[in-house]
Design a protein around this ligand. Structure first.
Ligand code: PLP
Length: 464
């Protein structure tokens, strides 16, 4: 073919491409207008914006058409998710409910601090950080690192000394580990490194809100499986299977669980791992409370599947929240994807902090878990006598309790705060849990006693 002819052919194809792109945009615009109309009808009829059934039907149509026209189902599903997210945004923007600020434990903490600044005394049972002292050797290591000028950029994955010590502890290789600024960043690096816009991630609720926040931040779609107090907070694998579709990429688990204190038994964990394996999904297991497990704990690391990512932290185990240090363990490929996020975002974790963490690893802190269990036992004993329902925590640092019928978390939390006790509203862990509160046992027994006395009084007043 002569050069001129080749040029003309390319030009023709580009013109065709422009025309098709224009058509797509016109269709998307039409779709958005229909979404707005649907939103108006739903508002008139008082219907929820989210409609899982309608979405499910749409997914089936998309899969069918994708098969017919030879488009990859995964790509078609991701595209659909982007469209669904935008349609939802259009509908929400026309309703006030999206803008209604949600009450979270951080919001309650800020309110409690403001009351304290006004001279009020507040018992803090909303916080999620242990009140124990970090091991003394941590402070010594921190000082030593300064004196020996060990305060430089490090390998993105973390200093060899710390990775070696961790690798020995969890029986893995050093290159299967990445040290991160807290468990939270490990969660973010995994989600941002492995998921793209339109991909789906499944969480089991109630859940620590960061999973949803990270996923939505990267444009992924969150699907949730709700567990219930009646089932002692055990997630139903069948419900998870029902959500899996070509766009599904990851399942997130967190046991011992924040907020419920649930610990999975090995049978259930086996099923969840096989489910992830069968569908080729990543399994992100957030195990930051593993040392606060009051029954045998099954770690995702006990399984040999290269898409498992186990996240842990020094925050809870060693009471080192403000040091901001955690880690993740996975296959080399997954760690490479996470390393990219970390390199872009932070270069490396502060060297002195990594050195301090290596010192912490040598300490026996099992006493912390024993104290936490005693406190949780005390809280449960007191709650038994009140009109609150709960499942006794098998791990973690919290009790997630159901309020008597007719009481909503926001109102009750406010009432309690006015009486000098701060607890976390249950809906911060999932929209379906607006009749729960989370009580943290990160306070000494005498503070817990004061808190439980007040809780009892406020419950009685609210009832009468
Ligand atoms: N995962 C869960 C379930 C948590 O509750 C928390 C903190 O509250 C974290 C991870 C994050 O801990 P950090 O970033 O301090 O390591």
């Amino acid at each position: 073919m002569a050069n001129q002819e080749k040029e003309d052919e390319l030009e023709q194809l580009r013109l065709e491409m422009k025309r098709v792109t224009e058509e797509i945009l016109h269709k998307v615009s039409r779709r958005m207008k229909i979404a707005a109309e649907i939103g108006a009808v739903k508002a008139k009829r008082g219907l929820e914006i989210k409609d899982e059934k309608a979405e499910g039907e749409m997914r089936q149509v998309v899969n069918k058409v994708a098969d017919e026209i030879g488009l990859e189902r995964t790509f078609a599903s991701r595209l659909l998710n982007i469209l669904l997210t935008e349609s939802e945004a259009v509908q929400f923007s026309n309703r006030a409910q999206r803008n209604a600020p949600k009450q979270t434990h951080l919001g309650v903490f800020a309110r409690a601090k403001a009351l304290e600044a006004d001279g009020r005394k507040i018992i803090h049972l909303e916080v999620g950080e242990p009140d124990f002292a970090a091991p003394a050797s941590v402070g010594v290591a921190l000082g030593d690192s300064f004196n020996s000028r060990q305060y430089h950029y490090t390998d993105v994955q973390g200093i060899p000394k710390l990775r070696r010590a961790l690798a020995d502890k969890i029986k893995r290789q050093e290159d299967q580990l990445i040290i991160t600024p807290g468990g939270r960043f490990a969660v973010f690096a995994a989600i941002a490194g492995l998921l793209r816009e339109g991909d789906e991630l499944i969480i089991t609720e109630p859940a620590w809100p960061a999973y949803r926040e990270c996923a939505e931040f990267v444009g992924a779609t969150v699907r949730s499986v709700r567990s219930s107090l009646e089932d002692c907070w055990a997630p139903d694998p069948e419900k998870i299977v029902q959500l899996v579709n070509p766009a599904t990429r990851m399942i997130v688990l967190n046991y011992p669980n924040n907020p419920t204190g649930k610990v999975l038994d090995s049978g259930l964990m086996d099923r969840l791992v096989s489910l992830a394996r069968k569908h080729g999904l990543y399994l992100l297991s957030d195990e930051v409370y593993s040392e606060y497990s009051f029954r045998p704990f099954v770690s995702a690391l006990d399984y040999d599947y290269d898409r498992i990512i186990a996240v842990s932290s020094f925050s809870k185990t060693y009471a080192m929240t403000g040091f901001r240090i955690g880690y993740a363990c996975s296959s080399r490929d997954v760690i490479a994807a996470m390393k990219k996020v970390q390199a872009i975002g932070i270069t490396s974790v502060a060297e002195p902090i990594q050195i301090a963490a290596a010192a912490a690893l040598k300490e026996d802190v099992s006493q912390n878990a024993k104290i936490m269990k005693q406190r949780l036992d005390y809280v449960c004993e007191r709650l038994e006598g009140m009109r609150l329902k709960f499942a006794k925590p098998e791990g973690g640092m919290y009790v997630y309790a159901k309020l008597p019928a007719g009481l909503r978390d926001a109102d009750f939390v406010e009432m309690l705060l006015e009486n000098g006790v701060a607890v976390a509203p249950g809906s911060g862990f999932g929209d379906a849990y607006g009749n729960f509160i989370r009580i943290s046992a990160c306070a000494p027994i005498d503070a817990l006693k004061g808190g439980m006395d007040k809780l009892n009084d406020v419950l009685e007043t609210a009832h009468n």
